[in-house]
Write a protein of this length. Structure first.
Length: 389
């Protein structure tokens, strides 16, 4: 879907055969898992008015006087838990995706040059544009790596690209892909990843489609994110031929409690499932993240999953006691302590196995990885890009 921005520069028919630069852009990551590097990253991210729409001066003072001191240390510990010897998988996967796309177009003999940028870290949009310009690109296709667009993601990325073009004084013909929430290749790839994770359509397995939440104020201002989320979820469930009672939509990663956010929330929904005596396996997938990041590699594996398994174990102990039996110890119920703290560093090293691999067949809670650097993801992105090249 092409963006509706009025000031996007049209493409002259004479330039349709000119070398095209493809810019993938995503949110970003600290360069190192240290408090200082995290503070630098968060200071840029949190000063974006699309992220925090407060008075700039007041917010800057509050951010630097209090928030960054606390969140810098806290977030650094999270990054350290999922950082590998090769660095952060999030950054590495972006580089592998770019390599895969460039290899695909080179094999076809097409004049397509692909690179990537991070909105709030490196490589910046300016650096990426300079690279494309130096490579001979005469027109641009910009693909924010957010399958469902939102003011706080896609629009923020577009802001960064336009500002970079202005600063570099380079305004080539440009197309911006707003979203690919219903792209058939994307839907099929997500459905296949769910099956590859071990989800059995013929069983009583339950599926939670967890999306990043956004403030309701954005929806009231015209953001169509929720509509795109609904369309994606319905399409995935349809591809799986899944009964409506076996899947649900939820939202995670609420930024603050001062605003009203799109719900129901993932953690609260899982708590409700656990307390109701849920016996089925639960599969959680995050379709609006193209590549695994802190909110999946850490938040899901280290916080959401253990919380759910603990609540489920507690519910089983309570049910056992209610039927006259002696309550088993916490570690005896589905061995919750072992299930709740997986070796995430080992799991993120398995990205290349995402094509056709099965994960956690015997676990009560299974996280379905993002498409990451998989061949399926390259196929999705080439299909999304093709009409605009």
């Amino acid at each position: 879907m092409i963006s509706s921005f009025d000031d996007i520069i049209p493409i002259d028919h004479e330039q349709e055969d000119a070398p095209v630069g493809v810019l993938l852009i995503n949110t970003g990551t600290p360069l190192q898992p240290t408090p200082r590097a995290v503070r630098k990253y968060l200071s840029k991210f949190l000063m974006d008015p699309r992220i925090v729409p407060m008075n700039r001066t007041m917010w800057w003072l509050l951010l630097h006087a209090c928030i960054l001191r606390v969140r810098g240390k806290r977030s650094a510990k999270k990054y350290q838990a999922i950082w590998t010897d090769e660095g952060f998988p999030y950054r590495n996967d972006h580089e592998k995706v770019v390599q895969g796309l460039n290899g695909y177009y080179a094999a076809q003999g097409r004049q397509v040059i692909v690179t990537y940028a991070m909105n709030y870290s490196e490589p910046s949009a300016e650096d990426a544009l300079a690279k494309l310009r130096a490579s001979g690109a005469r027109r641009l296709v910009v693909l924010p790596l957010y399958p469902q667009s939102a003011f706080s993601t896609t629009s923020a990325a577009v802001d960064a690209v336009k500002a970079a073009c202005d600063h570099k004084n380079w305004h080539p013909p440009m197309k911006i892909i707003d979203n690919y929430s219903e792209d058939p290749f994307y839907i099929k790839a997500i459905a296949a990843s769910i099956k590859n994770a071990g989800f059995d359509v013929e069983s009583d397995d339950r599926l939670m489609l967890s999306f990043h939440s956004i403030p309701l104020a954005d929806i009231e201002a015209g953001d169509t994110y929720e509509l795109q989320v609904d369309a994606t979820a319905l399409a995935i469930a349809g591809e799986l031929e899944l009964d409506r009672k076996r899947w649900t939509i939820s939202y995670q990663s609420r930024f603050d409690k001062g605003r009203t956010w799109l719900s129901p929330f993932t953690r609260k929904t899982l708590q409700t499932w656990a307390q109701s005596g849920e016996q089925s396996r639960v599969f959680l997938v995050c379709p609006n993240f193209a590549i695994d990041n802190l909110e999946t590699l850490y938040d899901v594996e280290y916080e959401i999953k253990p919380e759910y398994l603990d609540a489920r174990a507690e519910a089983e102990r309570a049910a056992h006691s209610a039927h006259g039996g002696s309550a088993p110890e916490a570690g005896d119920v589905e061995d919750a302590s072992m299930l709740g703290t997986p070796d995430v560093k080992e799991r993120v090293r398995m990205h290349d196995a995402a094509d056709g691999a099965s994960y956690g067949q015997d676990e009560a809670f299974i996280y379905v990885p993002c498409l990451n650097r998989s061949k399926a993801h390259i196929k999705v992105l080439t299909h999304v890009l093709e009409p605009y090249l």
